[in-house]
Design a protein around this ligand. Sequence first.
Ligand SMILES: [Cu+2]
Length: 478
Amino acid sequence: MITTNRFKKVNAKVAALVVAGMTWVMGVPTFAATDLELPVEHATLTVAPIVPPPIVRDHPAKVIVTLETIEKVGRLSDGVEYTFWTFGGQVPGNFIRIREGDHVEFNLNNHPSSKMPHNIDLHAVTGPGGGATSSFTAPGHSSRFSFKALNPGLYVYHCATAPVGMHIANGMYGLILVEPEEGLPPVDKEYYIMQSEFYTKGSYGEEGLQPFDMAKALSEIPDYVVFNGAVGAIAGDNAMRADVGESVRIFVGNGGPNLVSSFHVIGEIFDKVYVEGGDMVNHHVQSTLIPAGGSAVVEFLVDVPGTFILVDHSIFRAFNKGALGMLKIDGDEDLAVYSGKQEDSVYLPEGGGIQSIAERGSVSVKAKSKEERILFGERTYAQNCMACHQSSGQGIPGAFPPLAGSDYLLSSPNRSIDVLLHGLSGEIVVGGQSYNGVMPAVQLSDESIANVLTYVLNSWGNNGGVILPEQVIERRTH
Ligand SMILES: [Cu+2]
């Protein structure tokens, strides 16, 4: 009984404090006094795929966010226009970045040219309607409400004015990132992508200004599924970019209104996925599910150059409805990671069966002549060396030394046997060029090592010679 009373007393005290700390503006309560002591800053808002810079402060702030709803005609695809309802003038809406514990003063301005009232439901808000009930704003009006960012994470925001589905289908969604107090680990590049669908009177690609189609939206059969509000919004010249060796973080949202995204980057593996935009991290993920009204943060290191295609792996959406983006990676090839096409040869299933027996046999079958040794060695080379040293032994300048005309190789047979047996690292000079890479030790039999080196010695203008398995055995036990 006593404890209950005490508990009540404490509660009453807290309540009294809060009431005393409030200031009243025209009968509307604003923040408690403690919030007035916070430093004030205005949020930097960005247009997709740009993300505002990371937050460096180590304390909460009062952050003022001002977002404008505006209805405007824009490009949905080449020759196809649509009347988008937007947060900030484009789809998706501006990216908002705040920190856990921040007090946010949110101002929603509805442009006077709007035909509709709008509001905002931020999934980062703890409170009725996520802010929707306090932000209902008629055209030419402005609303303000405040909230405290209690939970870190990547959250969707969207309009929640009736008919809600239609406001979302017309483009009213975006992302708000609430960074955890300790911040996110630094990366080299950050991007913002949001998937969503459009339901139009005309089918995919039909030209002209396309009105919204309620029947298609109800049956959840969209004509367009896109990243960042339009077909090709992040493709071609608008592709996202990074350099080889950089770490990339993509904040991915799904505005829906109906579909779940199977987000995938062709030719990449997500090293990390912050599942559903929370703080649970999954590793080595190929495709991640992003629910309508949900998000994910994906991270990966880019190891090789090229154009990587981002898709919703519900694949007809990607190639037939627009859900396709691009990430262009510039930099040097890493042929150990990805070789490119190494061979295009005739495929004979029947003859091939016999060939592979002969080939398998050749490992144990001893070469009976120098010619046979070279022939067997050529196969071993194609399978074990070509990825790095290239088809004509020319190597790759700065990365893989040449075996054609290599003074290093030709000057000492024993040394080249050792390279294959034990691998090689540290600086070496080949043909006056210095190399400082790592050559892994190869797992080959004595016979195969003799064969491949004999092949190398007798190819690409090298000066001939034979390496015998006995020499390899001698070096192995050396
Ligand atoms: Cu709206």
